[in-house]
Each structure stands twice: as C-alpha cells, then as structure tokens.
Ligand binder design. Structure first.
Ligand SMILES: [Ca+2]
Length: 375
C-alpha cells in the first residue's frame, strides 16, 4: 500500500466512527402527573442537597453556605455550626449532603462544597459528626486538584456505593475543559474514595504513573446528578452538556466519557466543540438531551406510593424545570415522561422514608415539595 492509499484508508475508517448516534430524548411534552406537590418547607435560599435523617427530619444545604435541619413540621433550624467556609460565587457554595452508610453508629455527615484556596477554588468533600445543632470534628477528606479561578461547573453529588466507597462527581470548572482529558487533574471526573478519604486499592488508575488514584471515570463536563441503582449497585450519572449535549451515563471504571473531544452539544455561540460525536476509546452516553433539560439531582424510586413508578430513575430539571421520569430496561431508556413543568428549577430529588418523592426547588425563596399521590 503506498502512502496516499494508507492516508485514504485511515480517513475512510475514521468518518463512520465519528458519526455514531446514541439514543436521543424525543423531548416529550409534559403530561399531567398523578401527584400533587405540597410544600413541606419554604424560605430556603438556593437549596442544593437534601437527605433524610433516620428520625424523619431532613438535612438541607443552602448554596450560600448554610446547613439546616428541617423538622417534620417544616420548621427550619438555625444554620448548623461547623460547616466549612465556602466559595459562594457563581454556581459555587455549599452543595450536596449525604449520610454515612453507618450513620446510626457514627453520626457522620458528608458535605460537598466549593473550597477557596491557593490558585482559586475547587470542589471538596468534608465530613463531621452531627451533634445537637452542629457538626463536630469536621475534616476535609478530599479536594479537587488543581484549584482554579472560576465560579462555575463544580459538579457535585455524593453517592455511596454498596461497598461503602464514596463517589464524588465534579465538573470542568467551565473554562478548564482542556484539563478534563488529563488524568493528572480531577477536573471533569467521577472520583471514588473510601469513607475516610483514603484511596480504594481497586480504583482503575492506582498504578498508573502521573494519574490521580481517586479517578473512577473521566471526560465529564459538569455532573450535577448521580444515583445508585439499588438493584445492581451500578452508579448512574447526569451531566450538563453545552447546548444540546446533556447526558445520562453509567460510568465504568477507567473509561473515558469524551468531553470535550466528543459531544452531542455545540457551544453556546453555536460553534462546534471537539471533533464529532464518537471516537474509538471513548464511551457513548446511554441517552442524551437536545434540547437540554439541565439535569440536577436524581434518584431510583424503590417504593410503592405511585402506580407504575417503581424502579424508574427520576431526574430534576433546572431548565425548562420540572421532574423527568426515565423508565429503564437494563441499561437502556425505554420511556421518558415529564411532569410538573411549572414547579420551577428542581435541584434535587429524594425518596423519603414514607415512600414519597421530595423535590428541592432552587430559588432565592426555595422550598421542599412533597409529591402526594392523587386520589
Ligand atoms: Ca460524553
């Protein structure tokens, strides 16, 4: 084969690869939900993360840097003490909250937040013991590296795996997309750490020189949704794309999810990003949205309060807003439905101990809403 033919063959081989097509959301019109949204608590300032305590009270974060307890009557506590100082600018601040899988014995609360420091700021994870109206013995157990100057794209959700390790999702910090393919940074990654912040010995890059050992998967843009499938133990994530590039993924260890080399989105200016929608060695999303839904918190619904919803993956939409239900079959989306289009920016979706879904509405006067089945 002469040189000209070799170049021609390489070019032809490349073109079909670049055109692969993941399933695209059909952008269904919102339908009437078989539920009524009831406000449980109001007056929350840009609430971001929500978790139920074993006694039925809730812990909720407010992005400006406050953690509160919400009692069963919807009354907000004073801000809890012990919360780390946060970089509350742009999309940054106090973000997600999670309980230790052994909370009944260790009372540990985990927080993700935008941490200021040398070089700018970065996503970080702290944990502390809940005692009365505060957190005690608070330690930062993980920090995104490097810290950079940008108020946007922090991720970040906290999700414990069934083996007790903690997944932390991050973002590309908006102006630092070129670091997303770099395994020496934790910009644009899913991270997996032990509950004390140490590194699990079976992480995919622990033996790769120059790679951060906490990386689970890479090539992500801004992961603001994560949910563990309780049946399989598999992590599912949702990330904001640029225009037309929101994605649902099932991140596998060591895999590359493409950003910013491959994407279904285009820049907000309309300019193309990267080199197309597919490339060998880079994973396709399970599903993507164009136009986007701006996905935030997500949860697998496991109770029986609503007919037909058990096993579905629920996702909050920030824009256009509302609640998205994905009926799954194995690792595929079988059906998408949208509800509550007028409820606003849904920042988080949580299943309560009563089997009902609770939504966190992101606004300057934000709220917690409970979805009550219609009779
Ligand atoms: Ca991708």
């Amino acid at each position: 084969m002469n040189m000209r033919n070799a170049v021609f063959v390489a070019a032809v081989a490349f073109i079909p690869m670049a055109q692969a097509q993941a399933p695209r959301s059909p952008t269904p019109s919102p339908v009437d939900a078989p539920v009524t949204a009831q406000p449980v608590a109001t007056g929350l300032v840009h609430p971001w993360g929500l978790v139920f305590l074993p006694d039925g009270r809730m812990l909720v974060t407010e992005r400006p840097g406050r953690l509160r307890i919400v009692d069963k009557d919807g009354k907000l506590s004073a801000p809890l003490s012990g919360v780390p100082d946060v970089y509350a600018r742009g999309q940054g601040g106090l973000l997600d909250v999670a309980l230790s899988p052994r909370f009944a014995s260790d009372q540990l609360v985990y927080l993700s937040f935008s941490e200021p420091g040398e070089g700018g700021a970065g996503t970080a994870v702290a944990r502390g013991r809940l005692a009365g109206n505060g957190l005690e013995q608070v330690q930062v157990i993980w920090r995104q590296t490097p810290k950079v100057e940008s108020p946007n794209h922090w991720g970040s959700r906290l999700e414990f795996g069934q083996d007790g390790t903690l997944f932390v999702t991050t973002g590309d910090r908006f102006r630092f997309r070129e670091r997303v393919q770099d395994l020496g940074s934790t910009i644009g990654k899913v991270v997996r750490i032990n509950a004390d912040g140490s590194i699990p010995s079976d992480n995919p890059f622990v033996k790769r020189e120059g790679a951060r050992p906490e990386i689970w998967s890479y090539g992500h843009r801004n992961l603001q949704g994560a949910a563990l499938d309780p049946a399989s133990g598999q992590l599912w994530t949702l990330e904001h794309g640029a225009r037309g590039g929101d994605e649902l993924n099932r991140p596998q260890p060591g895999r590359n999810y493409g950003w910013p080399v491959i994407t279904y989105g285009v820049d907000y200016s309309g300019l193309r990003i990267g080199e197309g929608t597919a490339r060998a060695g880079m994973e396709q999303p399970v599903y993507y949205w164009d136009p986007v839904i701006a996905p935030s918190g997500a949860v697998f619904y496991t109770a029986d309060a609503y007919p037909g919803w058990k096993g579905s993956l629920f996702v909050g939409s920030l824009s256009p807003g509302g609640l998205v239900r994905l009926a799954l079959e194995g690792d595929q989306v079988r059906r998408e439905e949208r509800y509550l289009a007028d409820i606003g920016r849904v920042r988080d979706v949580v299943q309560g101990p009563d089997g009902l879904l609770y939504l966190l509405i992101d606004a300057s006067n934000g709220s917690i809403q409970r979805l009550v089945p219609r009779r």
